[in-house]
Design a protein around this ligand. Structure first.
Ligand code: NAD
Length: 220
């Protein structure tokens, strides 16, 4: 537990392990839940228990960003939640562009939860003439050829790629040329981006394969 293995990729510049950043989001969800349940205070062991990790891991993660609780006293739930939101940049609004309004793209567009977390999809693009100009979830679908001017005008900061795999690199290129520095890619394609662009790939099949692994080993 807790020991950096060297496999743990460090986030460029900040030197904060990727796994720590992922855990911060998990802490936030637990703190939300604890707050709703009326817990004004919490402790590292409580956060650890909820996430099935060791409490020294929680303390180690949080210590990378400063001192949040009082030794032996734990943390104030609301205060810690706010601090983690600040660390994750969630105390502000982020403007997001989505490219590819098919099955997945339209489902993401219709989901209202992103706004609650500060992520606003303000620009949407496709290359299908039957979709361009139409509205989905209240947002006009623009022609992909208009990506750069619209993204610049809207000051969009994050791009979501939900186009078929063969088109993913081309779309990523358009996004980076338009000045986007953070991309969430759902297409099952290995795309490359300039060094100063942060790319995050989402692959639900990996998660399903993981579940399949555990199911297949059950009872062995
Ligand atoms: P889809 O075919 O329904 O939709 C794709 C959309 O992209 C269409 O509207 C199409 O017109 C548009 N498009 C195609 N080329 C384009 C281009 N060059 N510029 C702009 N728009 C373009 O596909 P889907 O089922 O919504 O899946 C979308 C992507 O998400 C696929 O790559 C799929 O493999 C992937 N996917 C990933 C996961 C995951 O777990 N990460 C899950 C489901 C689907």
């Amino acid at each position: 537990m807790g020991k950096d293995t060297g496999e743990e990729k460090l986030v460029r510049k900040t030197k904060i392990p990727e796994t720590t950043i992922a855990r911060l989001s998990s802490y936030l969800r637990v703190l939300d839940e604890l707050g709703r349940m009326g817990f004004d205070n919490t402790a590292s062991y409580q956060l650890a228990e909820e996430l099935d990790i060791n409490d020294s891991q929680v303390r180690k993660d949080l210590s990378l960003f400063g001192q949040f609780g009082k030794p032996g006293m734990g943390y104030e739930t609301t205060k810690l939640k706010r601090e983690i939101q600040k660390i994750l940049g969630l105390t502000r609004k982020w403007k997001v562009a989505l490219i590819g309004v098919g099955n997945l793209g339209s489902a993401l567009l219709a989901y209202k939860g992103f706004k609650r977390q500060g992520f606003y999809i303000v620009a949407v693009f496709d290359n299908d003439p039957k979709k361009i100009g139409k509205k989905w979830a209240g947002i006009v679908i623009h022609d992909i050829t208009q990506l750069k001017p619209i993204i610049r005008k809207e000051r969009t900061e994050i791009g979501i790629i939900t186009v078929p795999a063969p088109a993913a690199q081309e779309v990523a290129n358009l996004l980076t040329k338009a000045g986007i520095k953070a991309i969430l890619n759902f297409a099952p394609a290995r795309i490359s981006v300039p060094k100063d662009v942060r790319l995050s790939n989402v692959d639900l099949s990996l998660k399903l394969e993981n579940l399949s692994f555990f199911l297949s080993r059950r009872g062995r």
